[in-house]
Design a binder for this molecule. Structure first.
Ligand SMILES: C[S@@+](CC[C@H](N)C(=O)[O-])C[C@H]1O[C@@H](n2cnc3c(N)ncnc32)[C@H](O)[C@@H]1O
Length: 309
């Protein structure tokens, strides 16, 4: 089961025109998409993306109820969104939703290799039809590259120690399973020491982000879509850790109005084209009630911008 996070807040932030075209860049289990569809009236359309073929097949069964024109599902990286919209002959849309990261369905299936809680082969690719697996990465990358990835995407200060331990372990036997890798990282960090969070959590996050080139894809889709969301339309992004959230916040701040000091005193506002504006002054978090029901929502942050106002 994947419970859609901050569903009401996402809809409130995103939906401005019930007969518009909406894009869900991260279909997952289709929870947010189903709710968007429910709000759409005559003429409204939903275009959904996921890099995971399982997600496309699942949502296809769930949402495509014969009316082919209303829902279009695309198996691709959302980094290719503009080209895919071109292919469909769509120039502008009214809204884009991104619910970043992995779904509970991906985490729970041991054969996907995202989690050390469910032992399986270390795959971690969201799109299993292409690209390098995390097993290939941990067994072939240089020690310095592994340390760099774990530091950059996991922000783990023990990155060098972990990379050294991985390289030493793989010299004896190929690292194949998530439990094997979690054990290596745990030992390199001196055990659990009573901590609630497993010592391998940040390393797993880092490898997943590298294998799927996650931050670059987010930057690319935002860059394309600020130009493709119509005036008055919205972009809503749900992030789950600080690296994602910082990227999204800085991206929209860069595209918002800036102030320039004038020689004669005072300031002048300079607007990027198209200008974007925060819909809420601060990001929103899940209610305490939602956090108690759905642990995944505890780290969620929702940011929404409006285009061209
Ligand atoms: C958190 S889940 C979305 C859950 C969904 N909102 C729901 O309510 O069921 C994120 C989904 O986005 C997909 N995804 C992540 N990065 C992607 C990318 N760059 N391009 C396309 N899909 C991506 C993942 O495969 C995963 O299925």
């Amino acid at each position: 089961m994947h419970i859609p996070v901050m569903l009401d807040e996402c809809l409130e932030g995103l939906m401005t025109d019930p007969s518009g075209i909406y894009v869900d860049g991260t279909l997952g289990n289709g929870g947010h998409s189903a709710a968007i569809l429910e709000q759409l009236e005559e003429g409204g359309r939903l275009i959904g993306f996921d890099r995971d073929l399982d997600a496309i097949e699942r949502v296809n069964k769930k949402l495509k109820t014969g009316d082919g024109k209303r829902v279009e599902l695309i198996h691709d990286n959302y980094a290719n969104m503009a080209a895919q919209l071109d292919r469909l002959g769509i120039d502008q849309v009214q809204g884009l939703l991104l619910d970043l990261g992995v779904s509970s369905l991906q985490l729970d299936r041991s054969e996907r290799g995202f989690s050390f809680q469910n032992d399986g082969p270390i795959d971690m690719r969201m799109d299993q039809t292409r690209g390098q697996t995390a097993a290939e990465l941990v067994n072939t990358a240089e020690e310095s590259e592994l340390a760099h990835i774990i530091y950059r995407y996991g922000e783990d200060h023990a990155s060098r120690r972990i990379a050294r331990a991985i390289v030493e372990a793989r010299a004896k036997v190929t690292i194949e399973t998530t439990a094997q890798l979690a054990g290596i990282v745990e030992r390199a960090k001196g055990g659990r020491k009573g901590k609630k969070i497993h010592p391998a959590t940040k390393t797993f996050q880092a490898l997943r982000m590298e294998v799927n080139d996650e931050l670059a894809s987010i930057e690319q889709v935002l860059e394309q879509m600020v130009a493709r969301v119509a005036k008055g339309g919205r972009i809503a992004v749900l992030t789950f850790h600080s690296l994602e959230d910082r990227l999204v916040k800085h991206f929209f701040n860069r595209h918002g109005p800036r102030e320039e000091s004038l020689q004669q005193g005072g300031v002048r506002r300079i607007y990027e084209e198209p200008p974007v504006k925060w819909v809420w002054k601060k990001m929103k978090m899940a209610s305490t009630e939602e956090q108690s029901i759905n642990p995944r929502s505890r780290s969620a942050k929702l940011r929404v911008v409006e285009i061209g106002t």
